[in-house]
Design a protein around this ligand. Structure first.
Ligand SMILES: *Cc1c(COP(=O)(O)O)cnc(C)c1O
Length: 431
């Protein structure tokens, strides 16, 4: 905070397409989709219109005991595009609450399914995971810098090594490793499946960890392990959902259906706070019962399923269809990969990780030893401040420079973004 106070604050007053406009009279390319939210660009006419139309009808009405057309229609649309087998939608307000809902649902589901036993109440997750900033979501999180201080508040979980191939915890190489990092996960499940309610995963990309990408087939193997050991697979698609990885959901790449799935960020195209936890019919049925059995899921927030949010989310999904966003994204994903390839020559670029339109460039002090820059050197922060001087807004994750443009960015804008990133890295890392 002390250092931030000395920086020039950047105040954004308007935005359009891939650009943010500051009160300083300058415009900035939005290189991180306003922290991973914006899908079809800022101020898309169809999304603007949906918001205006809905506000002319009603801004809010509760989902506690009532419903409204945008919530009903959106739930129907979400089921249509979600991995097959997810048939029920529970609304909340942001990624963290969608994850809280998933964790609570999992625990209550097992209590009601096997009354008397009821001991499946802990979670298995990966180290370096990030699922939000509320207490339950932090409990299944594994980023020391964010979570360490709050450990006394969090419930105990089981954590396993992530598939961080660049810094493989087992010192192996893919694919000859045959994903040996899954063996400890299987051992844990074998020993403790009676206690474990769910396995929590960010499918394909552990985003906040620094865009750590899992090898192909990893998710499929986790799905199989969960089925074998009767543990719910909880997919956190908050960052990866809505086209980010090149498909609508990351799970689609491997045809995996989780038992519970959390979505938020891109759900409203970056317009309104809204989230949902999707569940299978099997989970849903576990909550049915006579009134006085109290099998209801007692969880709700005041603004849950807000109509403005649902209306703009519906428009967001309609634009995916109308503008064939995902088809038009594919050549841009290839262009990004091509542009990023040139970074391999930079002496302080350790690894370039890209999955769809999510990219992370890990900077290292010494490429041969992979020795990281000490965090105190703020290397990531210095790179993004340099980029800002050249008209690009970014936000790093420690030593990882993140690039996550809106899906509708043009190849020209994308080229400009990558060029600025490259020049900023060169500038800051030259010794
Ligand atoms: C951002 C994020 C969250 C938390 O979402 P909020 O809306 O910020 O609460 C949870 N999981 C993942 C994977 C995220 O990237």
């Amino acid at each position: 905070m002390h250092e931030w106070e000395q920086e020039d604050p950047l105040i954004i007053e308007r935005a359009k397409g891939a650009y943010l406009y500051g009160t300083d009279g300058r415009k900035y390319l939005d290189g991180v989709s306003s922290i991973w939210l914006t899908v079809h660009g800022h101020r898309h006419p169809a999304l603007d219109r949906a918001l205006r139309t809905q506000s002319g009808k009603m801004a809010h009405s509760t989902l506690l005991g009532l419903s409204h057309p945008p919530a009903i229609e959106l739930a129907r649309e979400l089921i249509r595009i979600a991995p097959r087998g997810l048939t029920r939608v529970f609304y909340s307000d942001d990624g963290s609450t969608a994850m809280e809902v998933a964790l609570k649902m999992a625990v209550q589901y097992w209590q009601q399914r096997t009354p008397g036993i009821g001991s499946k109440r802990t979670f298995l997750h990966l180290q370096l995971s990030y699922h939000g900033d509320t207490a339950g979501a932090m409990s299944v999180g594994g980023i020391d810098l964010f979570h360490r201080r709050f450990r006394p508040l969090l419930f105990p979980t089981v954590a396993a090594e992530p598939p961080y191939c660049y810094r493989c915890p087992l010192n192996l190489t893919f694919p000859s490793c045959k994903m040996a990092c899954l063996d400890p996960i299987e051992r844990i499940l074998k020993q403790r499946h009676r206690d474990i309610a769910g396995l929590v995963i960010e499918p394909l990309v552990q985003a906040a960890a620094g865009m750590i990408t899992a090898p192909a087939g990893y998710l499929t193997r986790l799905r199989r392990l969960c089925t074998t050991y009767k543990v719910l697979l909880i997919a956190d698609e908050v960052a990866t959902g809505f086209g980010r990885t090149g498909r609508m959901f990351a799970c689609d790449h491997e045809g995996v259906t989780p038992d519970l799935m959390a979505i938020s960020k891109g759900l409203t195209g970056g317009y309104m706070p809204l989230a949902a936890t999707l569940a299978t019919e099997k989970i849903y049925r576990g909550f049915l019962g006579r009134y006085d059995e109290w099998r209801t899921f007692f969880h709700g927030h005041s603004y849950t399923g807000n109509p403005l949010g649902c209306a703009v989310a519906l428009a967001n999904l309609a634009v995916f269809r109308k503008e064939r966003t995902l088809a038009r994204l594919q050549p841009k994903i290839a262009a990004m990969a091509r542009l990023l390839r040139s970074f391999k020559d930079l002496p302080h670029v350790g690894e370039i990780r890209q999955r769809g339109f999510m990219a992370g460039i890990e900077l290292v002090r010494d490429r041969s030893t992979k020795a990281p820059y000490p965090l105190g050197q703020r290397i990531g922060q210095r790179v993004v401040l340099e980029a800002r001087r050249h008209g690009l807004f970014l936000r790093p994750l420690g030593n990882v420079i993140v690039l996550m443009p809106p899906l509708t960015v043009t190849v020209r804008e994308l080229t400009r973004m990558v060029t600025i990133v490259r020049e900023s890295i060169c500038m800051v890392t030259k010794s």
